[in-house]
Design a protein around this ligand. Structure first.
Ligand SMILES: Cc1ncc(C[n+]2csc(CCOP(=O)(O)OP(=O)(O)O)c2C)c(N)n1
Length: 684
C-alpha cells in the first residue's frame, strides 16, 4: 500500500524501509528550518513523531495528494495540533503541497498556521490545537464511515501528556463500545510534556492496560524503528472488531543531540546557529538549501508586512511605540514588560498565606504561576500539578475552596475560561466559591500560535457568570496590584485576564488601583517619558475638562488608547479622556456616565471580540436615567466576529484593527459626526 491515484486506483509510489528512514530524516531537517524561520514553534514533539509520520503518509495511508478530498481516503488526524510542522512536512513530502513553502510557517497569511486549520490547507483533515479533542472527532468520522458502509481507516495521532485530558477517555470508551475497528490511534510516548516528565506531572501509565480495559487492541513499538512502525501499522489495519492503539516509545527531540529528552525544547525554535548544528547532527548539512529557504521566508514576511502597513491608518508623523527615528515624532519612550510577570510577582509575594494553593495545568512557567513556588520549597505541598486536565482541575479547585483553601488556577485563557466553562459555572460560580482563575496569554498576544490559542471570547462567558468578578489589568504593574487584591481582599469567584507579549508599562507604584473604580487618564504635555506625559487619577476625583471625546479601554488597549490620545492632540488638537476600566465586573457606571455626559462621545477599546466591554458599557449608557435625553455618540474597537490567525503579536494588533491608529481613526469619524449633528440641530 502507498500513495495512490484516486481515479485509476494505481499506486503512484512505493517507499522501501530505507527510503522511509531517509524521508524521515529529511522531514526532520525541513521541520527545523521552518521552525527557525518562524522563530517559534514546537521542536521536541515534532521530532519524536517524525518516523511515524513518514511511515503513515508515505507508505501506510491510502490517499492521493492530487485529490486530497477523495472520499475513500484514509484520514489522519493530528489531535496533538502543536505538532503541526510535522504534519506540514508530511504533506509536503507526500506531494500535497510544495515542501519549500512550509518555511512560511506561522507567518501572517500563511496556510501553515501555528496549529493546523483544515480550511487553509488541503490535506489537513481537521483543525486542532486544543489537546484531547482529536480522538472524539475520529469517533465521529468512524461512525460516519460505518453508516456509509466505507472501509477507510481513521488514524489519530496523540501525545502521552495529552492522555491526561478526560475527553480522551470518553472517546476511548465510545470507540470501544461501538467496536470502531476503523480507528487506529497512535500515541507518541516520549514521556515528556511542558512541565517535565509525564510521570511527575500526572501519571498516565499503564496506558496499555487502560486502553485494553476499554476494549481496544494494544500494540507497542519502538517509535524510531521503521520496520517495527510499518509492521505495527499494517497489523493494526488488519484488526477487526475493535479499535487499535499503537503505543510508540519515542524520544522527544529525536535526532538532534542537544534537543533529545530536553523539556526546554518542547515549545522552542532553533536559532540559526542551533539549526546548523542540528542539521549537521542529522547529516543534512549539504542536502537542504537552508539559505534559499530562509530567504523565501523573509520574502514572504516582507510582502505580508508591506500589505499590512498599507491598511493601517496613516498620520503625518509616526506615533508607533518607541520609534527609533526621533525626528519623525515627539519621540516619547516607554518601557515594556509582559503583563503576566505581574501575576507571578504577586503570587511570589502573597504565596506565604497558607490558604493559597496553586494548581498547575502543564503550562506553569510561561504563565508565571510557577513563581508561586520557585525557590520556595516550603510551598511545594501547596503546589498541585494536575496535568493537561482543565475541566477536572477547575472542579477540584471548587473542592479545595469549599474546604477553606484559596485555589489559584491558570492556563491559556482559552483553556482556563472556555474548555472548563460548565465546571466554572456550576462548581465554582453557582456555589460562590473563593477561586482565582487566571486567563493567561489572552487576546492576540500569543501571536504565531494562531486561532486556537488566541482567547478572544473568554470575557463573554466570564462576565455572564453570576457571582464572577472580572478584572483586566492594563500592564504588569497593575496586574500585580490586581492579583494581590483579588487574592487577599476579594472573596468569591474571580477572573483575571492578562497577556503574553511585552506591552507598555503605563502605571507606576503610586498610580491608584481601586477595585471597581476606573482611572481617568489625560495627556498633559509631551515628554520623552511616555508615562510622564499623562496624568492618571481615580475618575471620581477628576473634574470635567470638557474633552472632545472619551475612550473607555481595558487591558493592553489602555496604552493604545493613551497613544490614540497623543495622535489626536498632536495632529488634530483634540482632547481625549481615557478611562482605564480595569474592573469590568463590577463596572464603574458613574465614570462611564460622566464620560458620556461630559464629552458626548464614548469609544470602547477591547482586545477581544467586540461586545464584552462594548456590551457592558452600552448597557450602562442605555439604562442609566442620568443620560435620558443626552445625545451620546458611540463607537467600538475590537475584534470583528472572526477567529484569530498566526502572525507576530504586534502585527495582529494591526490586522485586527486594535492599534492606536485605528482608535484615532474611529475618534475622528465620531468627532465629525458630532460636529455635523450639532450643526444640524442648530439649523433645524
Ligand atoms: C487543552 C489544552 N491545554 C493545554 C495546551 C497547551 N499545550 C500544548 S502542548 C502541551 C503538552 C503536550 O504534551 P504531550 O501530549 O506529551 O505532547 P509532546 O510532549 O509529545 O509534545 C500543552 C499543555 C493545549 N494545547 N491544549
Amino acid at each position: 500500500m502507498s500513495l495512490r491515484d484516486a481515479k485509476t486506483g494505481q499506486i503512484t509510489k512505493t517507499y522501501s524501509l530505507d527510503e522511509l528512514r531517509d524521508a524521515a530524516r529529511l522531514m526532520r531537517g525541513y521541520n527545523l528550518v521552518a521552525l527557525c524561520a518562524a522563530g517559534s514553534g514546537h521542536a521536541g514533539g515534532t521530532l519524536s513523531i517524525m518516523d511515524i509520520a513518514a511511515a503513515l503518509y508515505l507508505r501506510i495511508a491510502e490517499h492521493d495528494p492530487r485529490n486530497p478530498e477523495w472520499p475513500d481516503r484514509d484520514r489522519i488526524l493530528w489531535s496533538a495540533g502543536h505538532k503541526a510542522p510535522a504534519l506540514y512536512v508530511s504533506l509536503g513530502i507526500a506531494g500535497f503541497c510544495p515542501l519549500d513553502d512550509i518555511v512560511t510557517l506561522r507567518k501572517l497569511g500563511s496556510p501553515f498556521q501555528g496549529h493546523p486549520h483544515w480550511l487553509k490547507l488541503p490535506g489537513v483533515e481537521v483543525s486542532s490545537g486544543s489537546l484531547g479533542q482529536g480522538l472524539s472527532v475520529a469517533v465521529g468520522m468512524a461512525l460516519a464511515a460505518r453508516i456509509d458502509g466505507k472501509n477507510h481507516k481513521i488514524f489519530c495521532l496523540m501525545g502521552d501528556g495529552e492522555q491526561q485530558e478526560g475527553e480522551v477517555w470518553e472517546a476511548a470508551m465510545e470507540a470501544g463500545h461501538y467496536k470502531l475497528e476503523n480507528i487506529i490511534a497512535v500515541i507518541d510516548c516520549n514521556r515528556l510534556q511542558i512541565d517535565g516528565w509525564v510521570k511527575d506531572v500526572m501519571q498516565v501509565e499503564p496506558l496499555a492496560a487502560k486502553y485494553a480495559s476499554f476494549g481496544w487492541e494494544v500494540l507497542r513499538v519502538d517509535g524510531h524503528d521503521m520496520s517495527q512502525i510499518v509492521d505495527a501499522l499494517e497489523q493494526a489495519r488488519a484488526v477487526t472488531g475493535r479499535p487499535v492503539v499503537i503505543l510508540a516509545d519515542t524520544v522527544k527531540g529525536k535526532g538532534v543531540s542537544f534537543m533529545e529528552n530536553q523539556p526546554g525544547w518542547h515549545g522552542k525554535a532553533p536559532n540559526r546557529e542551533d539549526l546548523s548544528t542540528a542539521l549537521a547532527d542529522l547529516g543534512l548539512a549539504e542536502r537542504i538549501p537552508v539559505d534559499d529557504l530562509l530567504a523565501k521566508a523573509k520574502q514572504w514576511q516582507a510582502e505580508a508586512s508591506h500589505a499590512l502597513e498599507a491598511r493601517v491608518p496613516r498620520y503625518p508623523r509616526d506615533f508607533w511605540w518607541n520609534v527609533r527615528d526621533a525626528a519623525q515624532s515627539d519621540a516619547m519612550h516607554v518601557a515594556m514588560e509582559p503583563t503576566r510577570k505581574g501575576f507571578g510577582r504577586a503570587l511570589a509575594e502573597c504565596g506565604g498565606d497558607e490558604r493559597i494553593v496553586c494548581i498547575g495545568l502543564d503550562i506553569s512557567g510561561s504563565i508565571t504561576i510557577a513563581d508561586f513556588y520557585s525557590g520556595k520549597p516550603e510551598r511545594a505541598r501547596r503546589w498541585i500539578s494536575m496535568g493537561i486536565a482543565e475541566q477536572s482541575a477547575t472542579a477540584a479547585a471548587a473542592g479545595l475552596a469549599r474546604e477553606g483553601k484559596l485555589p489559584v488556577l491558570g492556563s491559556y485563557a482559552t483553556f482556563s475560561a472556555a474548555r472548563n466553562l460548565d465546571q466554572l459555572r456550576v462548581s465554582i460560580c453557582y456555589s460562590n466559591l473563593n477561586v482565582l482563575v487566571a486567563g493567561a496569554h489572552a487576546g492576540v498576544s500569543v501571536g504565531a500560535d494562531g486561532a486556537t490559542h488566541q482567547a478572544l471570547e473568554d470575557l463573554f462567558a466570564m462576565l455572564g457568570l453570576p457571582n464572577m468578578t472580572v478584572v483586566v489589568p492594563c500592564d504588569a504593574v497593575e496586574t500585580r496590584k490586581a492579583t494581590r487584591h483579588l487574592l487577599l481582599e476579594h472573596v468569591g469567584p474571580k477572573y483575571i485576564r492578562f497577556a503574553r507579549e511585552a506591552t507598555p508599562i503605563v502605571t507606576g507604584e503610586s498610580t491608584p488601583f481601586v477595585f471597581g473604580k476606573a482611572n481617568l487618564i489625560r495627556l498633559r504635555a509631551p515628554s520623552p517619558d511616555f508615562v510622564a506625559a499623562f496624568e492618571t487619577r481615580l475618575a471620581e476625583d477628576c473634574a470635567d475638562e470638557s474633552e472632545h471625546l472619551s475612550i473607555v479601554a481595558c487591558g493592553p488597549m489602555v496604552p493604545e488608547a493613551m497613544r490614540a490620545a497623543w495622535i489626536l492632540k498632536r495632529e488634530f488638537g483634540l482632547e481625549t479622556r481615557v478611562l482605564n476600566l480595569h474592573t469590568l465586573k463590577p463596572i464603574d457606571a458613574e465614570a462611564i456616565v460622566r464620560a458620556a455626559r461630559e464629552t458626548g462621545i464614548v469609544i470602547t477599546a477591547e482586545e477581544h471580540q467586540i461586545g464584552a466591554l462594548a456590551g457592558r458599557v452600552s448597557m450602562v449608557l442605555a439604562t442609566n436615567p442620568g443620560l435620558y435625553g443626552v445625545p451620546v455618540i458611540t463607537g467600538a474597537i475590537g475584534v470583528k466576529d472572526r477567529f484569530g490567525e498566526s502572525g507576530a503579536p504586534w502585527e495582529l494588533v494591526k490586522v485586527f484593527e486594535l492599534s492606536a491608529e485605528h482608535i484615532a481613526e474611529k475618534a475622528l469619524e465620531l468627532v465629525a459626526m458630532k460636529k455635523h449633528a450639532a450643526e444640524h440641530l442648530v439649523t433645524v
